[in-house]
Write a protein that binds this ligand. Structure first.
Ligand SMILES: C[S@@+](CC[C@H](N)C(=O)[O-])C[C@H]1O[C@@H](n2cnc3c(N)ncnc32)[C@H](O)[C@@H]1O
Length: 283
């Protein structure tokens, strides 16, 4: 099985986190991916699975796969459990529609454009993208961190070719682009597309969000507010239908730019910038 990751531009990701790939010791997972080729592409060491995550000292985080699917694993004596893409979260099956998911669908306007396309410019663990795909949208997931982008691609691959269940149809509407979304090829964005942004927040502001967010902050230690602002400024220059930004409920508007409207939930808010295919050119 080979994970299809669309390669794009994207610089080195800052941080002194030692990353590696861990080839599964046995079982079908050992051949689920071309591990040597992936290691070469990512420029990471390929380790053979021998020690438990808590005993492992050769790296700080590794990417591997088990019978449940691909995962990232932090190592060390206090290592938490594996971190997988959002769609492996068992709770996802119970909160497919309703609550915050419904709010996200309304903010993006999925119902207005059935089968329409969303460019998720901040892929992460693809929980939001999966919700949008579950609501019927086709989603292009852009992720700048090569290891995360590989996790996304392997996970989509796994649910497409190996683990057939209700999620397989949904991930069929997801595709993965590895690289900085701002460097998407010219012509990729269409006037009817929606650009979705869920930028990182400075450490501490999302501490309650669990081991996934803790891992993101480890992989991406440098994520100043200015990065989120530059992403929004880029997004508003695109000729798309709308730009939607996820923010903590009480956070100020990014760049101080007022959205067309907002939708608030219990802990997050979606700021909606309605462009209708007309880019905003700031003076
Ligand atoms: C808060 S997480 C997104 C979480 C995601 N919405 C989810 O549901 O799992 C932000 C992610 O955006 C990525 N990111 C930030 N800026 C980016 C850019 N310019 N291009 C691509 N990915 C970017 C980061 O690497 C990080 O993985």
């Amino acid at each position: 099985m080979t994970a299809q990751v669309r390669e794009g531009g994207g610089g080195a990701v800052a941080g002194a986190c030692r990353m590696a790939l861990m080839r599964p010791a046995s079982g079908p997972e050992r051949d689920a991916a071309d591990w040597p080729r992936l290691a070469e592409t990512l420029g990471l060491p390929l380790l053979e699975s021998a020690l438990s995550a808590r005993q492992e000292t050769r790296c700080d985080v590794y990417l591997s796969q088990d019978e449940t699917g691909p995962f990232l694993q932090v190592t060390g004596s206090r290592a938490p459990g594996p971190v997988r893409c959002g769609f492996y979260d068992p709770a996802m099956a119970y909160r497919r529609r309703g609550g915050q998911n419904e709010l996200l669908g309304r903010a993006v306007g999925v119902h207005r454009c059935p089968g329409g396309r969303v460019i998720d410019a901040t892929g992460g663990f693809a929980a939001d993208a999966f919700v949008l795909a579950d609501l019927g949208a086709r989603v292009l997931l852009c992720e700048q961190h090569p290891m995360l982008a590989t996790l996304l691609a392997l996970s989509v691959d796994h649910l497409t070719h190996v683990q057939h269940d209700w999620r397989s149809d949904v991930v069929g509407r997801l595709s993965v682009h590895s690289g900085d979304s701002r460097l998407l090829p010219a012509g990729e964005l269409q006037a009817e597309d929606v650009l979705y942004l869920d930028p990182m927040f400075p450490p501490g502001r999302r501490s309650a969000a669990g081991k996934g967010m803790a891992l993101l902050q480890r992989l991406l230690p440098e994520h100043p507010d200015s990065a989120a602002e530059s992403l929004l400024r880029w997004a508003l220059r695109q000729t798309v239908r709308r730009v939607v930004v996820k923010r903590p409920l009480k956070a100020p508007q990014l760049c101080g730019i007022r959205p067309s409207h907002g939708l608030s939930g219990r802990s997050v808010r979606f700021d909606v910038y309605q462009l209708d295919g007309v880019a905003v050119h700031e003076s």
